[in-house]
Design a protein. Structure first.
Length: 134
């Protein structure tokens, strides 16, 4: 849809590409015009309803689920806990280095295998859940 003015009024124009319509065997007029004022009132009413307090969670869920899955998942509470723990460890390692700890020892702490690392990684990459409305 493209916006344009015609005789002083705002319109939306759909110019359905002929190649797309033909390739997909879709019948569609070459151009379709819609006056903006015929759209704005129903659209405003729908938006007010969709974001009304009693519909907000359903709307947020629908918006979240409509997003492509190739985006990184939203950070869950469990993932945020893991990130917070890792940040705290890094601060302790920095403090130890600042206090004169042997860098080789601190490097060993950081490189040490962690038995729960695969489970933690799975938590951080799990499919997102819709945020709760505040």
């Amino acid at each position: 849809m493209q916006g344009q003015y015609n005789h002083g009024d705002a319109y939306y124009r759909c110019r359905f590409p002929q190649e797309y319509a033909l390739a997909n065997q879709v019948e569609h007029p070459r151009n379709v015009y819609l006056r903006e004022d015929a759209l704005t009132d129903p659209l405003d009413t729908w938006l007010a309803s969709a974001f009304a307090p009693h519909h907000i969670q359903q709307t947020i869920t629908a918006m979240t689920e409509s997003q492509p899955l190739d985006h990184p998942p939203a950070t869950s509470r469990a993932a945020q806990t893991i990130i917070t723990e890792c940040d705290a460890k890094l601060e302790r390692y920095r403090a130890a280095l600042d206090a004169g700890a042997d860098p080789a020892v601190v490097t060993g702490w950081i490189a040490r295998p962690r038995p729960n690392a695969p489970a933690r990684k799975q938590i951080c990459t799990r499919t997102r859940t819709p945020p709760r409305a505040g």
